[in-house]
Design a protein around this ligand. Structure first.
Ligand SMILES: Nc1ncnc2c1ncn2[C@@H]1O[C@H](COP(=O)(O)OP(=O)(O)OP(=O)(O)O)[C@@H](O)[C@H]1O
Ligand SMILES: [Mg+2]
Length: 245
């Protein structure tokens, strides 16, 4: 369904991604596992159209995406929850959840419907009640995280990308997000799940890709490798490997 083909991205001397290729299948939870700095968020930004690869490309159902163009990615059904919580602090929870939706639906959504859509999206990601009218900047971080998750879900994405989103959540909300991920995969959507936590990897993934120093060192079904083998494959780079050309 979705292919990342030979994608490379450098930031000055730093190689964030090096000729990375991954095939993603609809109807799966696909985990991206890797140490700090291995390139996970760079991959997420490429798949959201906010960073442009130096070479290589992204192909969705045969259509190639090129350039920096977040709107094209959103229109194609990608929705991303970034590692940094991005909210408009002065605006209400409802406004934050529906941010950009008018443009996507190509109509102005009336007030009552806005509240209802925001409430429904929140219910899919959280047990914790979040006050819809409150400025999002006044909420605790965990609630802000729920707001950005609800924003992604409100778009009914074909491809939902979650970059380390569970860290701030309590147990019940984390469980709700996991149920949502499974439900989306069962509806033939693709869920890209970025995490460090091996318990989450083993519980949730259908397929797993490991990034190490910007390279995809393996992509496989869950169960092929043990947690120990996965940890070995993602081992931090050695001093010799860190030397750049
Ligand atoms: N905007 C940037 N400018 C310079 N270097 C960057 C930039 N973004 C990422 N990098 C570097 O690229 C490499 C990959 O970063 P990336 O954020 O993709 O890693 P990550 O796997 O998401 O790490 P983490 O687990 O800490 O979130 C790192 O060495 C990082 O310092
Ligand atoms: Mg990251």
């Amino acid at each position: 369904m979705l292919k990342v083909e030979g994608v490379s991205k450098r930031y000055g001397e730093t190689v964030a991604l090096a000729d990375a290729s991954i095939d993603f299948r609809a109807g799966t939870v696909h985990t991206i596992l890797g140490e700090n700095g291995s390139g996970k968020s760079t991959l997420v930004k490429l798949l959201s159209g906010i960073v442009q690869p130096d070479s290589g490309g992204i192909v969705l159902n045969g259509k190639t995406f090129s350039g920096r163009n977040p709107v094209a990615f959103q229109s194609a059904g990608f929705a991303t929850v970034f590692q940094e919580v991005l909210i408009a602090p002065e605006r209400s929870v409802t406004d934050n959840i529906l941010l950009g939706l008018d443009g996507l639906l190509k109509r102005n959504v009336p007030r009552g419907e806005r509240r209802e859509r925001a409430r429904a999206a929140l219910a899919r990601v959280a047990r914790t009640p979040v006050p819809l009218a409150r400025p999002a900047g006044l909420l605790p971080l965990a609630a802000q995280q729920l707001v950005v998750l609800a924003r992604a879900v409100a778009r009914d994405p074909r491809i939902l990308i979650l970059d380390e989103v569970t860290a701030a959540l309590d147990f019940a909300d984390r469980a709700t997000v996991f149920e949502l991920m499974r439900a989306l995969a069962d509806k033939d959507r693709l869920v890209l799940f970025i995490t460090h936590r091996m318990d989450e990897v083993m519980a949730l993934s259908d397929r797993i890709s490991i990034l190490r120093g910007g390279k995809v060192v393996r992509t496989e079904e869950r169960g092929v490798s043990s947690p120990d083998e996965l940890l070995k494959a993602m081992a931090p780079l050695t001093a010799a490997e860190l030397v750049h050309d």
